[in-house]
Design a protein. Structure first.
Ligand code: HEC
Ligand code: HEC
Length: 312
């Protein structure tokens, strides 16, 4: 009779383990600040996602407008073309930033374009691209945003020329959690995933007069930008067309175009009107293998012949 209670105990023990493992696997993702999640969040926010490119003040007396460190996340960049529209304060300041928002509310803004109060964000903010991120990546961004220094900066109320709802309706959205992260072994899919987070297409595609992307010409360049910072630059063709795009670039030449910006000497000079809005300083910090993946992906997009002169 003795072995029975022992076996029973063992079974209970096994059940307890199975149950606790199951509990762990099924627990919802929160922005709990574990170090790998913070590291990933920082990488996405400060390099490939270039969030700070729009959500910080920039120094355009230097090439590519390095962000002013002390303004990180405070927002306030204006988009007068669309009315009274400013980038939001995404620091954890409770009164003027997103400090009082829950993780889910922040995730919803980033990946679905819906603000805490239910308003639709204007799609200058590329949430239609961030929608393609995995749930883990979205919540890693949320976790990292919570570690920014809170800055009190009240953003003026929005007065849009065109309502945001119909602008958002032009894009398709999947629910948060529907997108897997690509296998790191698949460099084309990884490159595509990163190019989405980098919103490369939003700048490297010509636009209609009412500022909508001409999707058939994705990555063919031709959008003129930089005006509000006092210069004009036309985004180049980054399709694999051999004569007018990057078709003849090698992987090494592509990667080094970015990595050269790891040295401050490549941007700490005044380029006058030959400045750029391309987030070189942020994208230049991407890992080499990620830049290689973006190159591999761009080589697979439709080649389009479209000659661009960047500065004229
Ligand atoms: C091209 C510029 C641009 C980029 C890049 C960008 N944003 Fe935004 N973001 C904006 C603008 C503009 C708004 C405000 C839109 C509006 O008011 O309709 C905004 C709004 C937000 C909001 C809503 C906050 C609020 O108070 O309503 C959050 C959160 C946010 N952005 C986070 C991010 C994160 C995280 C990233 C990077 C993954 C990012 N943004 C990248 C321009 C940008
Ligand atoms: C905010 C707008 C913007 C975003 C976002 C952006 N670019 Fe650019 N990019 C530009 C502009 C403008 C230029 C031209 C001026 C220059 O070379 O700096 C440029 C230049 C380039 C060039 C140099 C091409 C040449 O012919 O010299 C490459 C390559 C490039 N971008 C790739 C990318 C990739 C890859 C991404 C996404 C990870 C990206 N860009 C995101 C605006 C942007």
């Amino acid at each position: 009779m003795k072995p029975f209670p022992l076996t029973a105990l063992f079974c209970i023990f096994l059940l307890a383990i199975t149950f606790s493992c199951h509990q762990k696997a099924a627990s919802p993702i929160t922005s709990a600040a574990d170090s790998s999640r913070l590291e990933r969040g920082k990488y996405l926010v400060e390099t490939v996602g270039s969030c700070m490119h729009c959500h910080s003040q920039r120094d355009f007396t230097k090439f590519s407008g390095p962000i002013k460190e002390e303004t990180k996340g405070m927002g306030g960049i204006g988009y007068p073309k669309f009315g009274v529209l400013f980038s939001s304060n995404i620091t954890p300041d409770a009164a003027t930033g997103i400090g009082s928002w829950t993780d889910d509310e922040i995730a919803r803004a980033i990946a679905l374009g819906i603000r805490k109060n239910g308003d639709t964000l204007f799609p200058i903010m590329p949430y239609y691209e961030y929608n393609k991120m995995s749930k883990e990546d979205i919540y890693s961004i949320v976790a990292y945003l919570r570690t920014l220094k809170p800055i009190s900066n009240k953003i003026p109320d929005r007065k849009l020329k065109a309502p945001a709802g119909p602008e958002r309706d032009r894009f398709a959205f999947s629910p948060i959690g529907a997108n897997p992260e690509p296998s790191s072994k698949d460099s084309i899919q990884t490159g595509k995933y990163l190019a989405n987070i980098g919103a490369c297409v939003s700048c490297h595609t010509p636009k209609t007069d009412d500022d909508h992307l001409i999707v058939d010409s994705s990555y063919a360049g031709g959008d003129v930008m930089g005006q509000k910072f006092g210069f004009h630059v036309t985004s180049p063709n980054i399709t694999p067309d051999e004569t007018t795009g990057i078709g003849k670039w090698t992987e090494t030449s592509f990667v080094s175009k970015f990595t050269v910006f790891r040295q401050a000497s490549s941007y700490e000079f005044d380029p006058h009107t030959k400045n750029t809005i391309m987030p070189w300083i942020m994208l230049g910090q991407m890992k080499d293998e990620d830049l290689k993946a973006v190159y591999a992906y761009l080589k697979t997009v439709k080649p389009i012949q479209h000659q661009i002169e960047k500065w004229h």
